[in-house]
Design a protein. Sequence first.
Length: 114
Amino acid sequence: MAIKRLSPGKRMSEGVVHDDRVILAGQVAVDGGPIKVQSEQVLKQIDELLAAAGSDKSKVLFAQIFLADMTDYGAFNEVWDAWIDPANPPARACIQSPLVKPDWKVEVQVTAAV
């Protein structure tokens, strides 16, 4: 089976499609801002990458959410709940973790069916 790389770069690809799955790299907000703004940016980027892979949020199998501060959990979930397909919620894990840049508040990585 062929492997398709989405937005490949020197160090990593933004996503990799193999067989019937797409695995996205962790997505972070490029513009900064408060947690809700960053969450919306991240989920928009995920929508775009899933579309490039021939998938969409209804096919997300698993999501890993990394929050720099767990006090942002409720605000993140407000954005998540408005975004996710309620008929097809994925398996999900949410953990607190320091992120590479101090202004990043959230990083989301998903695996989806194609």
